[in-house]
Design a protein around this ligand. Structure first.
Ligand code: TMP
Length: 212
C-alpha cells in the first residue's frame, strides 16, 4: 500500500486485446473529474529507459529470449519505470494508472512459460521491494476474443501475440489464480461486455476499494 497521504497506484492487467488502454483513458478522465491528478503509464515501458527495453521485449521472433532472460528484462524495465515515473508521481500526490505491472510477469513468464514463481517473487523483492499496487483490476475475457481484437490493431509489436493459443490460455488462468490468491488487492472485471458497462464496473470498484 502507498502512504495514504500520497497518491494511489492502480494497475490494469489482462491478456491480449482485453481493452485495457480504452478503460485506462476512461478511468483517467473520470478520476480527473473528481479532482485527482492522473499519470497514465504502461509496462513494459513508461519511462525513457524502460521504453528502450520494451522494444527488445515486444518486437522480433517469439524465441528471441529464454523465459529467465525475459523476466530479468521485464524487472529491469519495471525498476526504471518505478524510479523515473511511478514513485515520483505518487510522491507528488498523483494517482498513477499503469497498463500492466508485475502480475503480467507472473502470468506470462510464470504461468505462460512455466518459470518458477518463487524465483519471480525473489526478483520482485530485488527490483520493487515492499511496494504493491493499491488496486489491481484484471480484465478477463476468452482468449479467442482477445486475440481477435489484438490482431485488428496489429503493428510491429507481435512477439507475444504470436505465441500459441495454449500459452494465452495459461496466461488467462494465471491472472485468475493471482486474483483468487490476493482478493484484497485484485478485482476481476468481466471484459466481454461493452465498453460502457466495463467502465461503470471499474468506477464502482474504484469507489468501493479506494473511496476515489
Ligand atoms: P501490451 O501489449 O499490453 O502493451 O504488453 C506488451 C506485451 O508484454 C504483452 O504481450 C504482455 C507482455 N508482458 C509480459 O510478458 N510480461 C510482463 O511483465 C509485462 C509487463 C508484459
Amino acid at each position: 500500500m502507498t502512504d495514504p497521504a500520497t497518491g494511489r497506484f492502480i494497475t490494469l492487467e489482462g491478456g491480449e486485446g482485453a481493452g485495457k488502454s480504452t478503460q485506462i483513458s476512461r478511468l483517467g478522465e473520470w478520476l480527473r473529474g473528481r479532482g485527482h491528478t492522473i499519470v497514465a503509464t504502461r509496462e513494459p515501458g513508461g519511462a525513457p529507459g524502460a521504453e528502450m527495453v520494451r522494444k527488445l521485449l515486444v518486437e522480433g521472433p517469439a524465441e528471441r529470449w529464454d523465459g529467465t532472460t525475459e523476466a530479468l528484462l521485464h524487472f529491469a524495465a519495471r525498476r526504471d519505470h518505478l524510479r523515473s515515473t511511478v514513485w515520483p508521481a505518487l510522491k507528488r500526490g498523483a494517482w498513477v494508472i499503469s497498463d500492466r505491472f508485475a502480475d503480467s510477469t507472473v502470468a506470462y513468464q510464470g504461468y505462460g512459460y512455466g518459470l518458477d514463481r518463487s524465483m519471480l517473487h525473489k526478483l520482485y523483492g530485488i527490483a520493487v521491494g515492499d511496494f504493491h499496487p493499491d488496486l489491481t483490476l484484471i480484465l478477463d475475457l476468452p482468449v479467442e476474443v482477445g486475440l481477435g481484437r489484438a490482431a485488428a490493431r496489429r503493428g510491429s509489436e507481435t512477439r507475444y501475440e504470436g505465441l500459441p493459443k495454449d500459452f494465452h490460455e495459461r496466461v488467462r488462468a494465471g491472472f485468475l489464480g493471482i486474483a483468487a490468491a490476493d482478493p484484497g488487492r485484485c478485482v476481476v472485471i468481466d471484459a466481454t461486455r461493452d465498453i460502457e458497462s466495463i467502465a461503470v464496473a471499474i468506477t464502482e470498484t474504484v469507489i468501493e476499494r479506494l473511496g476515489a
